[in-house]
Design a protein around this ligand. Sequence first.
Ligand code: KG4
Ligand code: ZN
Length: 335
Amino acid sequence: MTEPTILAIESSCDETSAAVIRGGEVLSNIIATQAVHEKYGGVVPELASRAHQQNIIPVVTEALNKANVTKNELSAVAFTRGPGLLGALLVGSSFAKSLALGLNIPLIDVNHMQAHILAHFIDDPKPNFPFLCLTVSGGHTQIVLVKSHLDMEVIGQTTDDAVGEAFDKTAKMLGLPYPGGPMLDKAAAQGNPKAFEFPVGNMPGYDYSFSGIKTSVLYFLRDRTKENPDFVQENINDICASVQHTLIKTLLKKVVQATKDLGIKEVAIAGGVSANSGLRAALQDYAKRYSWNVYIPAFQYCTDNAGMIAMAAHYQYLAGDFADQYASPDPRMKI
Ligand code: KG4
Ligand code: ZN
């Protein structure tokens, strides 16, 4: 009972992933990234569902094998209930439900955004409660007050685009290949972050707005390429560095405010954009400047993975928080 062995499945977007956790230790974390979306420059929901269907059995098999665990040793099966793409979520949830039913073991439904935060409990050092987590992904931008493993409160969020979207759309406008965020990050490392200035909308409290920067980059590129058709080619690194710098400064400004208002010095980042090298470096700088303890997940636990779903499932199992067999996906699930 104290050492539950759980199989967790993640299928909310374009990674099919399965992980096995035993007594809170992640034994395996297998991720199949769907290359099929590359030529479309973004995730195509219908193709994502189909790829999940193709990947799920091999990925689950590999996760069990790598963990050296058989199906009969499982205490529960966990799945991402939301938020995410409905068709993609359906593949993981249907698989998990059937397996749990077949093995006659409990089912655990996990919130993907909560799981991104709980990825911090996979490796050491682990944050101390309460802490603030800046959760930044392709679909979300949130400042979350984390009071315990399962008690979290969103205190600020984007009112329009997610910051990952701002990275991806800027990259697309610059002609960088999909997935845009990591490509922009790479180019930014070679550029001057102060080369250009882009205005960002200022929202009240801890909220954000990232839709404006897309438009300002669009107009900026239109005007500059009118003067010089090779402008983008000649300045790509500086443009990337400047946009990235603006996004990071905007993100961290609200985090600084929240730490001051709430008197919290434990600060974590989570979600796909926490893989961004500029954000990781900036957080370390802020840690020195404001005497924060900062927590940055290992790369494999930044972007979507079932290891984090397994970690959330572990705490839910201990709390007796199980789903019924009719738990359907919730594409707009909130923390
Ligand atoms: O958490 P995630 O894997 O999926 C969602 O739940 O959305 O996050 C994906 C997002 C994408 O927008 C991707 O471009 C962004 O994370 N991302 C990055 C980097 N790596 C992933 N953005 C900026 N720099 C990176 N290195
Ligand atoms: Zn995610």
